[in-house]
Design a protein around this ligand. Structure first.
Ligand code: F1P
Length: 346
């Protein structure tokens, strides 16, 4: 967060630097609508972006899979800001969606990892995440880097627009600067997460639940498990459970819940009770010191407290580690999963 990409936080001066995007912040402040496009993990990062921009900058956001957007004749206004997210910068669906947006006269921005790749070359402005080369096919650090950039953008736009107070803006900057240490403390729990993962190696299905900012994290947790361990997994907003997926829960079903303390805490506690009442196995990511969920869940992974809007950056890490260990223990090649390519260029 401090030095690994051009976008950076300087806590002392409370300034955020966002590469080329700094120059178009005034356009974002004026924006009537933001469209976010991406595929796979990048689309999940975009969903976190939607929640952030709508909360901090009070601007309507639509998030869409580039693979749908490119084929369906979407409405694009020439004053739309289209934000394309891609780790590789080469995803054919995202490039095609960018071309549509450009033909409609929209301003197109990019968040990419690979310097000089096709997407940065085809956008009006952008920021490189500089997350370093991703060896594995499944995006992991790309997700945290993309979400960090989106968080910084939404904060900066909200602050300039006056929809995010100076106090809240500075509080979030200070907390962003603390996250590398907090992430390190989660990584230090890897051994315990490995032991827990071993219990679910033979699962054939899994559910991932979260509310608010943690709903996209549930989607990403499920995608990671599918991609590298080939276990069928679904991510849902926890409040949707009663509208269908609850029918799947029995003693064979592990349910991974992102349940850190935020304004939906009481609700997620009742969701966990609903799962336990149906004999599902609950593995919950909770805030350090949480005794309520600890008393109900089969396993908890405690993570440091943070601000609600920044929680995706921490809660996703245990989910990534769980997928990694389950895949390794199943003998899967975590770097090169079957049927997947790093850059989907067709
Ligand atoms: C999008 C993506 C990745 C996924 C896999 C296939 O890539 O769906 O999220 O992990 O590598 O492609 P990108 O546009 O972010 O490079």
């Amino acid at each position: 967060i401090k030095d690994t990409f051009r976008g950076r936080v300087v806590p002392a001066s409370k300034e955020l630097f966002l590469g080329g995007i700094n120059e178009v912040i005034p356009k974002l402040v004026e924006a009537r609508r933001i469209l976010i496009i991406g595929c796979g993990t990048s689309w999940h990062a975009g969903m976190v972006g939607e929640y952030l921009f709508e909360e901090f900058a009070r601007v309507p956001v639509e998030v869409e899979y580039a693979s749908e957007f490119r084929y369906r004749n979407p409405v694009i206004y020439n004053d739309d800001i289209v934000l394309a997210i891609s780790q590789s910068g080469e995803t054919a669906d995202t490039l095609a969606a960018i071309n549509l947006a450009k033909e409609a006269g929209a301003t197109v921005l990019g968040i990419c990892n690979v310097v000089g790749s096709s997407i940065p070359r085809n956008t009006d402005a952008g920021v490189y995440t500089h997350a370093g080369p991703e060896i594995g096919v499944a995006s992991t650090k790309a997700f945290t880097a993309q979400v960090t950039v989106l968080t910084m953008m939404a904060m900066l736009v909200g602050y300039r627009k006056g929809t995010l107070s100076k106090e809240e803006y500075e509080k979030h900057i200070d907390e962003l600067a603390c996250l590398p240490e907090k992430i390190k403390s989660i990584l230090d729990k890897s051994e315990a997460i490995k032991e827990l993962s071993a219990k679910y190696v033979d699962s054939t299905n899994a559910l991932y639940l979260g509310r608010g900012y943690l709903f996209p994290v549930a989607l990403e947790g499920a995608l990671k498990l599918k991609e590298i361990s080939y276990i069928h997994a679904e991510g849902y907003p926890a409040a949707e459970m009663k509208h269908g997926p609850i029918a799947l829960i029995d003693e064979q079903m592990p349910v991974f819940v992102a349940a850190t303390k935020d304004k939906s805490y009481e609700k997620i506690v009742s969701n966990i009770q609903e799962v336990k009442a149906r004999k599902g196995h609950v593995i919950a990511i909770v805030t350090e010191g949480d005794t309520v969920i600890k008393g109900m869940a089969d396993h908890v992974i405690e993570i440091p407290e943070t601000l609600e809007a920044l929680a995706p950056l921490l809660t996703v890490i245990p989910f990534q580690l769980i997928s990694y260990y389950i895949a390794v223990l199943r003998g899967c090649n975590v770097d090169q999963p079957r049927n997947l390519a790093k850059s989907v260029t067709v």
